[in-house]
Design a binder for this molecule. Structure first.
Ligand SMILES: [Fe+2]
Ligand SMILES: [Fe+2]
Length: 266
């Protein structure tokens, strides 16, 4: 029933992945591991959104319309990655029938709902958070294509990155507009400094988060990409001097690539 529904949708039907090209040149173990991570993140979007629907952001018509299309596209990304991995002969393991809610989700939902009740400017935080996550995802797909140098991944990641770029633009422009007041800037800056971590933290095991961070953001190119993310976010009102991803990498993934994985493609 679900397959039939998805096959008639441009977004959800999945890409036309060349199984032949993958048979001739299968994706390596590290690329598969990175893609499994991204699939988990993409398919988690529904639960991420669920915690935010209890806030004021969902009551703003422009944001609500965006979120509906955004969820659709992110879900499509998850299905596309699953199709790619299946074509590669490394399918994603079937998940437990019901996904258990974790403690982080409950706290995030309760915290966001609570702050939002007292602060009418809370959607600015949501938009900033979204801009950070989209920019990280966009950069991650570009880095993944570059690191693997795989011809199938080059096209595939470029397609996903185009969507992430559109998502980023919406969140970023909304954040820019909503961060005008110094009081809002202080709230947003304080919350992202204290609570932001790269997309996937708390969703996939910590070892996987550290793997992906090292895989994509180590080496000169990787560090430059992380710096670029922080630089872009610093352009927003009230966020000058903020170093989010660089500081997180310094704390959580300072050692670079874990042993057993390929070194960066130069
Ligand atoms: Fe996505
Ligand atoms: Fe996105």
């Amino acid at each position: 029933m679900l397959d039939d529904y998805q096959s008639h949708s441009d977004v959800l039907a999945g890409p036309d992945v060349s199984a032949e090209a993958l048979r001739a040149q299968p994706l390596g173990a590290d690329a598969v591991r990175a893609l499994r991570y991204m699939e988990s993140v993409e398919s988690y979007t529904l639960f991420y959104l669920k915690s935010l629907l209890s806030t004021r952001a969902a009551h703003e018509p422009e944001i609500a319309s965006f979120l509906a299309g955004w969820l659709y596209e992110e879900t499509g990304h998850g299905l596309a990655i699953a199709a790619l991995l299946a074509a590669n002969g490394t399918p994603i393991e079937p998940r437990a029938e019901r996904r258990a809610e974790n403690w982080r989700e409950r706290i995030t939902a309760a915290g966001a709902g609570w702050v939002s009740r007292w602060r009418s400017d809370f959607p600015a935080v949501h938009m900033l958070w979204g801009a950070l996550n989209e920019l990280t995802a966009l950069t991650a797909y570009r880095r993944l294509a570059r690191r693997t140098g795989h011809p199938v991944l080059a096209d595939f990641c470029a397609r996903l990155a185009r969507d992430e770029a559109r998502h980023f633009t919406f969140y970023f422009e909304q954040a820019r507009m909503r961060l005008a007041a110094p009081r809002t800037q202080r709230l947003a800056r304080g919350l992202v400094r204290r609570f932001w971590a790269p997309v996937g933290s708390g969703v996939v095991p910590d070892a996987e988060v550290r793997f992906l961070a090292s895989y994509l953001f180590s080496g000169d190119d990787g560090r430059a990409a992380a710096q670029k993310i922080d630089e872009t976010i610093r352009v927003l009102p009230g966020l000058g001097g903020l170093r989010l991803l660089e500081d997180w990498l310094g704390r959580e993934a300072p050692a670079g690539i874990p042993s057993g994985f390929a070194q960066p493609v130069t």
